[in-house]
Design a protein around this ligand. Sequence first.
Ligand code: GAR
Length: 204
Amino acid sequence: TARVVVLASGAGSNLAALLAAHDDPAYGARVVAVVTDKPDAGALEHARTAGVACAVVEPQDFETREGWDRALAETVAVFHADYVVSAGFMRILGAGFLSVFGGRTLNTHPALLPSFPGAHGVRDALAYGVRVTGCTVHLIDAGVDTGPIVAQAVVAVEDGDDEATLHERIKTVERSLLVEWVGRVARGGLTVDGRRVVVGTPEG
Ligand code: GAR
């Protein structure tokens, strides 16, 4: 079973979905720790309820961005992570982190990348007037939401949508997409060919 460390800053509904899946040995992945940049993140509550280890690494405790980034990588490494999943982690992972966990760090984003990267994917899609948006699971690289795409799912924009209603519908789809693909990657591994990601099939 692959050891997964989840990075989260927010409510943690994506984390909760992973925690609901990980007790099944056939799932192939287990959340072994949750690491946050925010001591009041709702995600910590989900982790504690599930009996999963938590750690807080706050940028304000470090003099430089690089120092924080290194500490984050060291903290994740303590839990012997095979994979890292950024699920509502609202900070950019720097070169120090990616030199250790690059190629095995996934992010979930609430838009169809490469459209609407950044912190306001739902708001930006709505403001642009697209009629379909969705969510993306992708590998994290040095850019902002620019890494190779692992999986996507589509969500229609409804006439009466505001950011909150659209984000809620996206999140429903996003949770299942993330759970499905974290499991597939954990069971089968992944390779990258140019920009294209190939997720292996489980044996047996
Ligand atoms: C998710 O929709 C995730 O895609 C988004 O924050 C939400 C976190 O929800 N992330 C980003 O916008 C990153 N740029 P959660 O805390 O309930 O899992």
